[in-house]
Every structure is written in C-alpha cells, then in structure tokens.
Design a binder for this molecule. Structure first.
Ligand SMILES: [Fe+2]
Length: 294
C-alpha cells in the first residue's frame, strides 16, 4: 500500500469529520494526533523522517520531540504496524511529516457542523426553525428535563481582546482553510491574546478545574450542530461576535427552547446534562472561545 492509500484509509476511518485537503500526497505523510493534548500549543507541526525508521521509532520520536501521542497508530494498527519500516509504506527518506490537530472524538465536545442530519431528533427545527417537541427530544437523548445554563452579559472580555482572538483565528485559517476550525490554546497563549486579569476572571466564572481551551472559527454555511449532550462535564463559551446569520445556540430545558441572546462578549456556561444544538449557519463567520472541563 502506498502513502496515498494509507491516507485514504485514515480519512475513510474518520468518516465525515472535517479534514484539511492534502495538497501534496506524494510528499506528505499525515499523522493525526489527539488534539488538545496538554503541553501542545499548536495545531500543526512538521518533522522530517528517515525511510529506514521503524513505525514504532517514529511514534517514540513524536513523543520525545513534541510530547504528543500520535493517535493514528492506535486507531488502526492494520494500517501502520509498529515493526514495519516507513519505507515499507513508500515513505521516502527526508519525507516531511505533518501533524494536524484536527480530528479526535474529543472534538465532538463542541459539536460538529454537519448537513446530513436526516432523521435525527429535532434536526428540522435547527435547519428550518419552528416549534420543537422539547420533551420528546430531551427524553430521546436522555438529557435532564430541568437542566440549568448560565448566561452572562458582555463586559468580562474587552473589545480589544475579542479583536485579538478573532485575528488569531483568521491568521490560522489562512494556513489551514478548515471551515469549522478549532484551535487548541495554552493558558499562557490566552493570556498573551487577552490579559491575565481577563483569564482569571473567566476562571472565576467557570469555577472548575478546566483542562482545555480552544478558539473556534466557523463558516460552515448551510450546516448545523444536532441536538446533543456534551462529553465534557462543563463548558464555558464566550461569543466573540454576533454579526453572522443563523448559528444560534439553542438549549432544550424546562419544556422549552431557549435561544439566549449571545451578543459579542457574552458568556454561557453549561454542563453535560443539558440538551443543546446550534441552528443552521446561513452566512458570516461565527467565532467563539471555549473552556472545557472534560
Ligand atoms: Fe455541545
């Protein structure tokens, strides 16, 4: 099997999750790691490798150089076997290996914008609006019928910080071109983009031991996030803008649909017992900052 075949297998395995098109399949070998690994601040790195290296050695080298686990080796050992050499997979001497922090089950924590949701509970409402059978959807998804969420007015994050965060996401988009881009951040990165005072204020508000921070930049037009329960125990979201059409966060609780007014700078916090989804994004770019306790 050559490298193109391997990449195809990987992407098939991953199903319909977003991925960056691979522009130079002959020269690049793409490894998909688990994003949001602590200690790993960026979503893309590159490294040159030797063809005579064993797959296991490559995996170990990832660990040593970047302190990350290359999850793809664990996803399907039939694709890449530890005791094989890279050249057995047509990986040439000096090949540049790219790591993308784009795919992992944990990404489902903030939902996946998708368009093919036929038959999913409540999906018509997210797509077209209208009345929702709240009780039926909440029961169907085994959510808490009286779950709570918190909504805070803008003010905690300054306008200047919001600009910085959006610019950071736009800059990353220039190189990654993913229509629903999720960028993991370190706390120090967040402080650099905002301020220590603001990060501490967010942490006080969130009031838990969170372990992931990310910025999302979404322009997945014509797509929505189905009603679901999060895997993350607790989620804080800062809406970084409100000048897009559609893409409304909708909670189902207390027998009603709640669509909080999420002005730029407003914050919502919820836990993993509340059923929620995001309506179809019609146009514009939707930016958000997340803190997650997974
Ligand atoms: Fe969610």
């Amino acid at each position: 099997m050559n490298i193109v075949g391997i990449i195809d297998q990987i992407l098939n395995y991953m199903g319909n999750l977003n991925h960056r098109p691979i522009e130079e399949p002959k020269d690049l070998f793409t490894v998909i790691f688990k994003p949001f690994v602590e200690g790993f601040p960026q979503s893309q790195l590159t490294m040159r490798v030797h063809a005579a290296m064993k797959v296991k050695e490559l995996r170990d080298q990832f660990k040593v150089e970047h302190d990350i686990e290359a999850q793809i080796f664990q996803i399907d050992l039939a694709i890449l076997q530890d005791d094989k050499l890279l050249q057995d997979y047509d990986i040439k001497e000096g090949t540049e290996i790219k790591y993308f922090g784009i795919l992992a089950p944990v990404l489902l924590d903030i939902g996946v914008f998708d368009e093919d949701h036929y038959g999913r509970l409540g999906s018509e409402i997210l797509k077209q609006g209208g009345e929702c059978d709240v009780k039926g959807v909440v029961e169907g998804l085994k959510g808490n019928a009286n779950a709570k969420y918190e909504l805070y007015e803008p003010g905690l994050i300054t306008e200047q910080s919001i600009i910085m965060l959006k610019e950071f996401a736009d800059k990353r988009y220039e190189s990654e071109r993913v229509d629903d881009l999720k960028i993991p951040l370190h706390r120090v990165d967040l402080i650099e983009l905002t301020s220590e005072k603001e990060v501490k204020a967010l942490e006080r508000l969130f009031s838990c031991q969170y372990n992931e921070i990310l910025i999302r930049r979404c322009e997945a037009h014509g797509k929505f996030i189905n009603f679901h329960l999060d895997h993350s125990k607790r989620t804080l979201q800062v809406a970084l803008n409100d000048d897009f059409q559609g893409g409304k966060l909708i909670y189902l609780t207390g027998g009603q649909m709640h669509t909080p007014a999420r002005l730029a700078g407003s914050i919502t916090i919820h836990e993993n017992d509340i059923v929620h989804g995001v309506s179809l994004l019609n146009s514009g770019i939707r930016y958000g900052l997340f803190m997650l306790q997974t």
